[in-house]
Design a protein around this ligand. Structure first.
Ligand SMILES: Nc1ncnc2c1ncn2[C@@H]1O[C@H](COP(=O)(O)OP(=O)(O)OP(=O)(O)O)[C@@H](O)[C@H]1O
Ligand SMILES: [Mg+2]
Length: 469
């Protein structure tokens, strides 16, 4: 969708407004035109009747006299009319049928008006006509008494004057109202869309870990209110479903724990028996390794399931982080076996950290474990430093590295870059970094992994010294 609903609503409001505006304008102009026309027609009618009355009272002689007498009588008639009406914006044409033929006389604001009129105008039927003369608009009434034809015309400028003035006002008014309507429409559309935006923002924030949250209650009983309550009901159903799955994982991991421990115990006992053949011992050793891997996976699963359900009891205490790191580095040395790897604690400030000690221990162990597991030769360097607010733990190895395209996924559960390579030595389930990420998040910290294939990997964990949780 190219345009936002707000923009579309604004356009719709503006379009409707402009349509109504133009409709009213056209209707108003039409009403004005018709009103003015009626007024002018009445005036014309009245004058025409008076002229006919005058003619029939005093000038019917015109019909019978001839020559110069007729012309001077006609002049008298016109003079009388001029006296009565002034002829400012008017004209009059009267054409009489006499025994000697038709004689046409005219007078008024336009000289020789009968010559300017289109041909055959005088022969038109009785009635009112609009006529343009010399760039002006005229309204004329044609009457045909039995003695001839009488045309009375009057300038009909008023409507066009009003229209002209109106056009001037509109020239400024239309763009101004257009802008006002546009801004007003945008504002109104913004108000109308506000609950939608608020709900969208709230929806954005709802993730797997906070499914207990709901969209803000919308009190309106309209379609939008319905949508909000439907979405909220859907989130509730999702929450229930996910809770069930998480609970299942937690229960399953829990149930597997005890038999696995027993199995490990039994295998260890069997391994210690002295009367075993080499083959059998090797086979028990292999099974024991697998059982150890399985218990680790189950432990990790259990921890992640607990983190998902929010059931893990994070216990904050203050401890010496540097001592914990030193111990971890010492342990790492024993894991290296015969590989030519130098392990060095490059820098280690004395640091008092307030956090869940067990989890932080696990975080450090997981990262050390990865460094050792994925490094064949070279060195592993650990550094611990702090400023007033944060502590930074960095572990750098010269191991096999992680391809750039795999980096975004390494925190995913069960994700291993190359399944063959990590299972090769003591196996890995791909849960270690997911757990690290959870621990770091639970302590409001950050974890960054940078890596280059065949060159090595560096992991930086930054934790607040005194986090508020
Ligand atoms: N230091 C490292 N050097 C090279 N690759 C690494 C390093 N750390 C992690 N990886 C890659 O990231 C993947 C995910 O690491 P993660 O710790 O989550 O799983 P794992 O070590 O394979 O198994 P687990 O930690 O559960 O025993 C690893 O399989 C490995 O491919
Ligand atoms: Mg690991």
């Amino acid at each position: 969708m190219k345009y936002s609903i707000r923009t579309r609503l604004t356009s719709l409001i503006t379009l409707i407004y402009l349509s109504v505006f133009f409709f009213l304008l056209v209707a108003g102009a039409l009403a004005l035109y018709l009103g003015l026309k009626e007024e002018i027609d009445k005036k014309l009618q009245l004058e025409r009747d008076q002229m006919i009355a005058l003619f029939e009272a005093d000038f019917t002689g015109l019909l019978s006299v001839t020559g110069a007498t007729r012309d001077s009588l006609a002049d008298d008639f016109l003079d009388d009319l001029k006296e009565m009406y002034g002829y400012k914006d008017q004209f009059v044409i009267f054409s009489v049928k006499t025994e000697t033929g038709r004689h046409t006389y005219s007078d008024g604001g336009i000289k020789n008006v009968q010559l300017l009129l289109p041909e055959g105008f005088l022969s038109k039927a009785e009635g009112f006509y609009n006529q343009r003369l010399g760039g002006k608009f005229y309204r004329a009434v044609i009457t045909k008494p039995n003695w001839g034809t009488l045309v009375v015309g009057m300038e009909n400028q008023t409507f066009f004057e009003v229209a002209d003035e109106l056009a001037e006002i509109l020239l400024l008014g239309v763009p101004l109202t257009f802008i006002l309507v546009l801004l007003g429409g945008r504002f109104l559309a913004g108000i109308a869309m506000r609950p939608v935006v608020a709900s969208a923002e709230a929806t954005e924030k709802i993730t797997m870990t906070n499914l207990s949250e709901r969209l803000p209650e919308y009190t309106g009983k309209d379609e939008f209110g319905k949508l909000v309550s439907t979405l909220n009901r859907m989130i509730a159903r999702l929450e229930e479903g996910i809770n069930r799955v998480q609970q299942f994982t937690q229960d399953a991991a829990h149930e597997l724990r005890t038999p696995l421990t027993t199995l490990r115990g039994e295998l260890e006992l069997a391994y210690q028996k002295s009367d075993l053949s080499d083959d059998l011992r090797a086979s028990i050793q292999k099974s024991l390794d697998k059982a150890i891997l399985m218990s680790r996976i189950v432990e990790n699963l259990m921890l992640l399931a607990q983190s998902d359900t929010g059931n893990y009891p994070i216990q904050k205490n203050t401890f010496r982080f540097d001592e914990l790191v030193k111990d971890a580095v010492d342990d790492m040395m024993s894991l290296v076996d015969s590989r030519p790897i130098r392990i060095r604690l490059k820098h280690c400030d004395e640091i008092l950290l307030s956090a869940d000690k067990q989890l932080i221990h696990r975080l450090v162990l997981n990262l050390c474990d990865n460094a050792v597991r994925f490094t064949r030769t070279g060195k592993i360097e650990v550094a611990l430093s702090s400023d007033e607010k944060n502590v930074e733990f960095v572990i750098v190895d010269t191991g096999i590295g992680i391809p750039r395209e795999n980096l975004p996924h390494i925190f995913d559960r069960f994700y291993r870059v190359d399944k063959a390579r990590s299972r090769a030595r003591n196996g890995g389930s791909g849960l270690g970094l997911s757990i690290c990420k959870w621990i770091v998040d639970a302590h409001d910290g950050k974890i960054l992994v940078d890596s280059e294939v065949s060159k090595g990997t560096s992991v930086t964990v930054s934790l607040p010294l005194n986090n508020s949780r």
